[in-house]
Design a protein around this ligand. Structure first.
Ligand SMILES: [Zn+2]
Ligand SMILES: [Zn+2]
Length: 626
């Protein structure tokens, strides 16, 4: 069942795969372009118009002929910071993907400098340190590849989406297996009681066949696995004890939590990276990896007054060195949102770079008065104050900038250039919310639900929830209304008040009662033989029980009459299995996470396995104590 549903899930992801590959292909193309100086025509001089043949000034610096890797890298980083391009994933990926040589470590250090939020870059740097034997630095980089995941949009979406889908799979499969196992435990007694409804003389195999036919009804009606689970849920509720019923209700609730909020949210997140083509194009352009198609899409949307498109195209103009076009677009943004600190800071920088320092200060101050200060805005303001000899104001602004983000300001100050100003980085949060808003997790829920329940129950999550709730209510309703058949704990014989006339207890048959509690009424020799047979049966059952407790998750808990431990063991076992199965993520890594993601999921698999062994051990101990 797990395989079938995961196959279906994989089919549902096929579309995502294709889109992902297109996206990766695009990123790869961008990378090649940045990596291959051969694509530059010989006549282009780097000093000429920045847009001649290049996608941005950054590309021009990167492809500068004759310069060393380090020169190009430092020049690129400096210009990137000035343009607010604090993460250039595309050149970073190109540096990582290059053929290994003696420059490998330098290249990977540069990749981290160009894209400090890209987990893949930290992983690659860690691997380079590792191969040189610098284990401390390697571990530091591997740690950073993990801690940078929340800062990177695609990486965080991929990891959280994968974790939610794994959680959903665990809750759905663990709960279903528990319901089936609990129903199976009551199946023999239920078969006997169902047979009594027809005839007391019905042989045991006919009773089993009768109940099996009832269980098969949902299959005939096309309700699939979930329909059968409902019948097992009724049996489990009727024949369970109070604790069993409480845990069954918990399992049903967690099944629904897995199906609805969890699966739905995970699907929504993983779909979101490609859900809004304009947002994806904007993100690619900001990262320096847009495809010609993405650029065309953005230019086409220029007329629609989309604020994200307007900002993105302003940034593109700025990166191409077309400051007049950029200023025009930014002024349009400021007309709509007069306090926009992002637009005001860049407008200020354009004025500052053109030598109009007083005008720049007006823009900066408007930005500070507006929606707040950023490290870049306060740094730029400080530089402008210094230019007009307002030293005290300058120092105050610099102190604010350092208080907001000391590391960034230290990098700016390192250039030691009184003409350096930095554009603020493009705000990623609006892109993320647009992507998530455009995506839907419903196709995922529908695909899984249709696999589990191809009939009416699977049409809507609330139908499935209603059917499961009805099954529990039906079980609670009928459980106290008739005398349940039992089974002898000593010999396994069926015990039934209707068929046997008088009974001693639901757990001990008449023969065993006499054998163990009234020994004076039985023949001593026969008694010894009988007890020996029963002892052999007990030994055999114990062996089978211990082996199956260790091999089959949940059996130990059920055997110890601890359904809570059984359910926990099923969830933990499923979690360990799915973490291993999906150790590379439920969908391919969007070329952002690298080995760091597999490491996270591998650690999760290990921790979950340890807890599983703990629960198994507790179950075995609990059985021993009984
Ligand atoms: Zn017995
Ligand atoms: Zn009976």
């Amino acid at each position: 069942m797990r395989e079938a549903s995961s196959r279906r899930v994989r089919i549902a992801w096929a579309g995502f795969w294709v889109l992902g590959l297109i996206l990766l292909g695009g990123a790869g193309m961008g990378a090649e372009r940045l990596a291959a100086p051969a694509s530059v025509s010989a006549g282009d001089s780097p000093a000429e118009g920045p847009s001649a043949g290049y996608r941005s000034q950054l590309e021009r610096i990167w492809l500068a002929p004759g310069a060393s890797l380090e020169e190009r890298g430092l020049g690129l980083r400096r210009r990137a910071l000035a343009l607010g391009a604090d993460n250039l994933d595309s050149p970073a990926r190109a540096l990582i993907a290059a053929e290994p040589d003696d420059q490998e470590l330098v290249r990977r250090q540069l990749a981290v400098a160009l894209a400090p939020d890209l987990p893949l870059a930290h992983t690659a740097l860690g691997a380079a340190y590792w191969s040189r034997g610098e284990l401390g630095r390697a571990l530091g980089s591997f740690g950073e590849s993990f801690f940078s995941i929340p800062r990177h949009l695609e990486a965080s979406v991929w990891l959280v989406g994968s974790l939610l889908l794994i959680l959903a799979s665990v809750l759905v499969t663990g709960s279903l297996v528990f319901i089936f196992a609990s129903g199976f435990l009551g199946f023999g007694r239920a078969a006997h009681d169902a047979g009594d409804l027809v005839s007391r003389r019905m042989p045991a195999f006919a009773r089993t066949a009768l109940l099996s036919a009832v269980v098969g009804v949902p299959l005939v009606l096309g309700e699939g696995l979930l329909g059968v689970a409902c019948v097992f849920l009724v049996i489990a509720t009727v024949y369970g004890r109070a604790l069993d019923r409480a845990v069954l209700i918990g399992a049903v609730a967690l099944f629904l939590v897995g199906l609805y909020p969890s699966l739905q949210a995970g699907g929504k997140l993983l779909m979101s990276l490609n859900a809004d083509p304009l947002a994806s194009a904007a993100l690619a352009l900001i990262r320096g990896s847009e495809t010609p198609q993405q650029l065309a899409l953005l230019l086409e949307a220029d007329r629609t007054n989309d604020p994200l498109v307007a900002r993105t195209l302003a940034i593109r103009a700025r990166r191409l060195g077309r400051n007049e076009e950029a200023a025009g677009r930014l002024q349009q943004i400021v007309r709509d949102a007069p306090a926009d600190p992002f637009a005001l800071a860049i407008l200020g920088n354009i004025s500052f770079e053109a030598g109009r320092t007083r005008e720049a200060i007006e823009f900066y101050e408007a930005g500070v008065r507006g929606e707040g200060e950023s490290a870049e805005l306060m740094f730029d303001l400080s530089q402008a104050y210094a230019k007009v000899f307002r030293m005290e104001d300058g120092e105050f602004a610099m102190a604010r900038a350092q208080a907001i983000n000391g590391a960034t300001v230290a990098e700016f100050l390192h250039f030691g250039d009184s003409n350096f100003v930095a554009d603020p980085p493009f705000p990623i949060a609006p892109i993320r919310s647009r992507m998530v808003a455009a995506a839907s997790g419903q196709p995922m829920v529908t695909a899984v639900l249709r696999t589990l329940a191809p009939g009416r129950l699977g049409e809507q999550p609330r139908y499935a929830a209603g059917a499961l709730a009805l099954a529990v209510l039906l079980g609670l309703f009928i459980q106290g209304r008739f005398q349940h058949a039992g089974g002898c704990v000593r010999c396994g014989r069926r015990i039934c008040a209707r068929c046997d006339g008088e009974i001693w207890s639901t757990e001990l048959c008449g023969a065993c009662h006499h054998l163990f509690h009234k020994p004076q009424e039985t023949d001593a020799a026969l008694r010894e033989v009988r007890i020996e047979v029963l002892q052999a049966r007990e030994d055999r059952l114990e062996k089978v029980g211990v082996i199956s407790s260790i091999l089959l998750p949940g059996v130990a808990g059920l055997r110890a009459k601890r359904p809570d431990l059984a359910l926990a063991a099923l969830y933990l076992f499923a979690a360990a299995g799915f973490f291993v199965l999906w150790r590379d993520g439920v969908v391919p890594d969007p070329l952002a996470v690298g080995a760091g993601g597999s490491f996270v999921l591998g650690v999760a698999a290990f921790l979950v396995s340890v807890v599983y062994l703990g629960v198994l051990f507790a179950s075995l101990i609990s059985w021993r104590r009984d």
